[in-house]
Design a binder for this molecule. Structure first.
Ligand SMILES: Cc1cc2nc3c(=O)[nH]c(=O)nc-3n(C[C@H](O)[C@H](O)[C@H](O)COP(=O)(O)OP(=O)(O)OC[C@H]3O[C@@H](n4cnc5c(N)ncnc54)[C@H](O)[C@@H]3O)c2cc1C
Length: 547
């Protein structure tokens, strides 16, 4: 089998019109836009695509209600526009979700200002996403909330992308189809700047250990929270930090009896905004805001953050029987917010900006600072105009996706089930994650029982999806597959036994030796436990919070 992620010809001495460093949502969006405009583009990622901040977010496709609080009307307008596009173009990945904003009498936000904000948000286009808010979400929430406090509850609509990893995988494939060259597991060691101009990158292929020098007209530093490090290692003096890294942590718990189906936007024990969101058949609670200047690859939630999130949840829902022992895992990411030391993290603008390094002695290099999942495509278009490229209109692609998936989803699931000889439950899971590619996966599934096998005994997802990830989505390791391309390992009941079953089943069709299976499995478990932290059982603070 051809494995494009592993079989990579040398790029030494090649020339590209643009090199994009960083394969998070922003880097992939930029590479896709640039390649579609007909420019020879190289995308370089040191680990795997979407393994950075992008897979550590709260996964909301914000219409921007929160930004109204800081009067960022332009950002709200842009977010609403981008949310509309994502809902239309990726209905399998981005879905409307009902939000309930719950504030008690001690809230710093007045009922009047919230009403005014919601009125404005609706006027600006924040409503009518087709969310069924007539369901008894509000009643369910009222039953759960602390009865000793006086609550005001407001309803609004927003959207959720449960798996931004999948959105990145789809955009990556589109970038490659448009001609981009993509390399994960390749670290840019430095940008080569000569005579005041960024000329090339020196990069190391982490799979072969080989170093290569590749030239470009433009170099885009889309390394998110690593952006300053990229400049430092390239000796580009930006006269101060560009990014003020702020860590955000989440905890993931099982859905408890009576759990709301709506997402809840409320206040934590210290009145900071937090979300309690139904996610991946579990409950996601987040997030925190802690300044973090360390290596973003090593960021983890602290015991204090975990305790704070759990305490906030239990204060909100005092009758719910959850304790620290129920936390399935916790994860953290570093927001690449614009450096703004005098502003509190909540108040720092979520609007991105593009830093042109011409004044730093490195013309033709741009750093991307900040941004949201929601606005990545808009950021990519802005980046194109900064480097003098006219983005190409993409009407056709949007129509294919919307027509084939949205109105006929059930019919489509049936077709996939028949085409692949798989159950409707499996077909439905495949369509939700792979959209248009589901037909390719279904055809592959038809060819053998091993390919139709579930990844583990609990999963509706099948081995053919993993094989497609290796063959077409540049997955290189088992962890790339199980954490990002077919992210079953983020699921409610994933266990070491599931990991072993998945490794063995995938290994059989990939012709891995027993040794290879063992190596992949060990590397996967190491990455999974580093990313999805199990809070320590001996953590006294956590036990106290739960009592
Ligand atoms: C806790 C939290 C919650 C969030 N919630 C939301 C939300 O609900 N909705 C929303 O829209 N946004 C949310 N965000 C924001 C959003 O996740 C980020 O803005 C976005 O993911 C940033 O993407 P990026 O591509 O810029 O960075 P990243 O995803 O971090 O990508 C940068 C990539 O660069 C790579 N890289 C670094 N150095 C090098 C090098 N030398 N060579 C090659 N590659 C390199 C890294 O490995 C990384 O993969 C949240 C962020 C956080 C932290």
């Amino acid at each position: 089998m051809e494995l494009p992620g592993r079989n990579r010809p040398s790029l030494e001495g090649e020339h590209f019109q643009a090199i994009v460093i960083g394969g998070g949502i922003n880097g992939v969006a930029i590479a896709r836009e640039c390649a579609r405009a007909g420019r020879r583009t190289l995308l370089v990622e040191q680990h795997d695509f979407a393994a950075g901040t992008t897979s550590r977010s709260t996964r909301i496709i914000h219409g921007g209600l929160r930004y109204l609080e800081h009067a960022e009307l332009g950002l709200v307008r842009e977010s609403l526009q981008e949310r509309r596009s994502l809902l239309r173009e990726r209905p399998h990945l981005v879905q409307p979700i009902h939000f309930l904003l719950a504030l008690d009498e001690k809230s710093r936000r007045s009922v009047l200002s919230v009403r005014a904000g919601l009125w404005l948000y609706r006027r600006m286009g924040g409503a009518h996403l087709g969310v069924d808010s007539s369901k008894n979400d509000r009643y369910k929430l009222e039953r759960l909330l602390d009865a000793g406090r006086r609550w005001s509850i407001f309803s609004f609509e927003d959207a959720q992308c449960e798996f931004p990893e999948r959105l990145v995988a789809e955009w990556l494939v589109e970038a490659i189809e448009a001609g981009a060259v993509a390399r994960n597991y390749t670290q840019v060691l430095a940008v080569d700047v000569r005579h005041g101009r960024a000329k090339a990158v020196l990069m190391r292929d982490e799979l072969s250990g080989k170093e290569e020098r590749v030239e470009a007209n433009w170099i885009i530093n889309a390394t998110g929270p690593w952006a300053d490090r990229m400049c430092q290692r390239s000796r580009i003096d930006t006269k101060g930090p560009m990014v003020g890294g702020v860590r955000g942590s989440h905890i993931v718990l099982p859905r408890f009896p009576g759990a709301p189906d709506a997402a809840v936007f409320t206040e934590a024990v210290d009145q900071r905004p937090i979300f309690v969101i139904p996610w991946n058949d579990q409950i996601l609670v987040g997030t925190t805001e802690v300044p973090d200047h360390g290596d973003p690859s090593k960021t983890v939630p602290s015991p204090e953050e975990i305790e704070y999130l759990l305490r906030s949840l239990l204060r909100l829902f005092p009758r719910v029987k959850l304790s620290a022992r129920d936390i399935r895992y916790a994860f953290a990411g570093v927001r690449p917010l614009p450096f703004s030391p005098k502003t509190s993290p909540s108040a720092v603008s979520r609007k991105h900006y593009l830093h042109d390094h011409a004044d730093d002695g490195a013309a033709h290099m741009i750093s991307v600072i900040g941004g949201k999942l929601t606005t990545a495509a808009a950021l990519a278009r802005e980046c194109m105009s900064k480097i003098g490229v006219t983005p190409r209109a993409q009407k056709k692609l949007a129509m294919i996706a919307a027509n084939s998936l949205d109105p006929h989803l059930d019919h489509w699931v049936l077709q996939i089930a028949n085409a692949g000889g798989i159950s409707e439950t499996s077909a439905s899971g495949i369509v939700e994650w792979h959209g248009k590619r589901s037909t390719v996966i279904a055809r592959m599934a038809l060819s053998s029982a091993e390919l139709r096998a579930p990844l583990c005994q609990h999963s509706e997802h099948i081995v053919a999806e993993a094989v497609d990830a290796f063959a077409n989505e540049y997955a290189v390791t088992l962890a790339d597959v199980l954490l990002r391309r077919v992210p079953v390992a983020l699921g409610a009941c994933w266990s070491p036994a599931c990991s072993r079953a998945a490794a063995a089943r995938i290994g059989t069709v990939m012709d891995w030796t027993d040794h290879q299976v063992a190596v992949e499995l060990e590397a996967f478990e190491t990455e999974r436990t580093a990313f999805l932290r199990q809070p320590g059982r001996s953590d006294v603070m956590l036990e106290a919070a739960a009592d």
